[in-house]
Ligand binder design. Structure first.
Ligand SMILES: Cc1cc2nc3c(=O)[nH]c(=O)nc-3n(C[C@H](O)[C@H](O)[C@H](O)COP(=O)(O)OP(=O)(O)OC[C@H]3O[C@@H](n4cnc5c(N)ncnc54)[C@H](O)[C@@H]3O)c2cc1C
Length: 439
């Protein structure tokens, strides 16, 4: 919508083809229907760092149409915005519908013709696919072919088909297939910002428990801390979810067997790749990755030990199981008792130093074992996508196909939660639409 709107604003004749019956189905779901539009910061470098090594690709499009311009864009169209905790920007109305309406108005102003319920089947180039490996052929798209057999010609084509996450919203990875057929490399799409499935006996006991102000960390098989995030998380039926979990999930996914940046061979492996990752359906077991929750990140081991000793002194005659409610949410108490192997009936003044240390450890390093990511069905974003080396970062133009552009999640770009991913869609979409200015 941003790409089409910008091209329309520049006076181009634009046709927007959308598979769904309405525009912006995923957009409406964002930020729990409130739409975390972008991330507020005045420091473009810190913004870009959040995207990891591929973030550099974004310098140019962020410089032209970055987070502050995006805020201006929506505010100037009557959508008042607010900045919440973690610099997350939302509409004051808390309604993602307002963001979508602003974009629809943008399309109308730019006289963009919109055809919903229209599925693009393929892109037809001037060169047969068997010739594509040839060196000096000037590849061009001539038309798109729709599912109903209709052909539509155009001068330029922008592919913004999204990733593979939440495929029910229409993002079924079609753009990856088209790109491969045209000779583009596609970095293997994998789920990111995904809930994590755990292989721990207590998961169902903790279902529904939400934790605030905790630190979740990832450990490699050498016992080294790989990454950690502080914030909120929650237990689900099969594992964990919530902001810190989603933000660590990409790393967990990498450690669960596959190495990062695996490149899918041209023209192949699409379906296989998807199946490999659709763990929800396959219920396939993988390596386990060690995670730990620090339930008391404000206290180090010694301070927490002193605090527990104090609690024990104050409740001298109490049984161990009855003293933990000051330290832990109720649901966790039986689990922690089992983990510490301390007799729940034991009087606290009889708890040994060794036992107390085990309790401190259970609170500072509550152990979890990641078995898999939930998969594309519930991943907020797809990592991987069109190889950035083959796309011009200023214009989003393909380096292989003269009149083809890519924007949004279909590119090999992904950020953490907090408005970063829509920002990619706004900036790269704007850049692609903007380039249609040239003849
Ligand atoms: C539940 C959820 C919450 C999220 N919350 C946030 C948030 O608060 N903030 C944030 O920054 N990010 C959020 N994200 C991520 C963000 O929504 C995406 O990164 C963003 O929508 C990507 O935009 P896009 O236009 O590239 O792709 P999409 O929004 O996926 O749009 C792609 C469109 O292409 C259409 N399409 C695909 N194939 C075809 C075809 N063959 N023919 C015709 N049309 C086709 C699809 O129907 C779809 O409408 C969230 C994601 C999810 C799933």
């Amino acid at each position: 919508m941003m790409a089409a709107g910008r091209a329309g604003e520049l006076g181009r004749s634009v046709l927007l083809l959308e598979k769904n019956k309405e525009l912006g189905v995923k957009l409406l779901m964002t930020g729990k229907d409130r739409c975390n539009v972008t991330h507020y910061t005045e420091d473009i470098n810190s913004l870009i760092e959040a995207y990891g090594k591929n973030g550099r690709f974004l310098y140019s499009s962020f410089a032209r149409f970055g987070n502050l311009k995006v805020m201006e864009f929506f505010e100037s169209r009557g959508v008042k915005l607010k900045v919440e905790r973690g610099q997350r920007v939302f509409p004051v109305s808390d309604s993602s519908g307002d963001i979508r309406n602003a974009l629809i108005n943008f399309l109308t102003e730019g006289r963009v013709e919109v055809r919903t319920g229209t599925v693009v089947k393929s892109l037809k180039s001037n060169v047969e696919s068997w010739q594509i490996e040839g060196d000096d052929l000037q590849l061009k798209i001539e038309e798109v072919v729709l599912n109903n057999g209709e052909h539509i010609k155009a001068k330029r084509f922008i592919v913004t088909t999204g990733g593979l996450s939440y495929p029910a919203t229409g993002s079924t990875g079609d753009g990856y297939d088209w790109a491969r057929e045209l000779g583009h490399n596609v970095i293997e799409p994998r789920p990111a910002l995904s809930p994590i499935v755990l292989d721990d006996w207590f998961v169902e006991d903790l279902e529904g428990l939400s934790l605030r102000n905790v630190e979740l960390s990832i450990w490699d098989n050498q016992g080294k801390k790989v990454d950690a995030k502080f914030g909120e998380m929650l237990f689900t039926k099969r594992g964990i979810s919530g902001p810190v979990v989603l933000d660590l999930s990409k790393k967990v996914g990498e450690l669960l067997e596959f190495s990062a940046g695996e490149v899918v061979p041209r023209g192949g492996a699409t379906k296989e790749g998807r199946e490999r990752w659709d763990l929800e359906e396959r219920g396939q077991k993988r390596n386990r990755v060690d995670l730990k929750i620090d339930l008391k990140p404000a206290l180090d081991f010694a301070k927490l030990d002193r605090r527990i000793q104090r609690d024990f002194q104050e409740g001298n005659n109490k049984q161990f199981k009855n003293i933990l409610d000051k330290l832990l949410p109720k649901k966790m108490i039986p689990v922690v008792i089992k983990l510490t192997k301390i007799n729940p009936e034991k009087q606290v003044n009889l708890v040994t130093k060794e036992e107390r240390k085990r309790l401190v450890r259970a609170l500072k390093e509550f152990p979890l074992h990641a078995e898999s990511l939930v998969g594309f069905g519930k991943a907020i974003i797809t990592t991987g996508g069109i190889d950035l080396k083959e796309v011009d970062s200023k214009t989003m133009q393909s380096r292989l196909v003269n009149n083809l552009y890519f924007a949004g999640e279909v590119l090999d770009l992904d950020g953490p939660t907090g408005g970063y991913n829509l920002q990619v869609a706004w900036s790269t979409g704007y850049a692609a639409g903007n380039d249609l200015m040239k003849n």
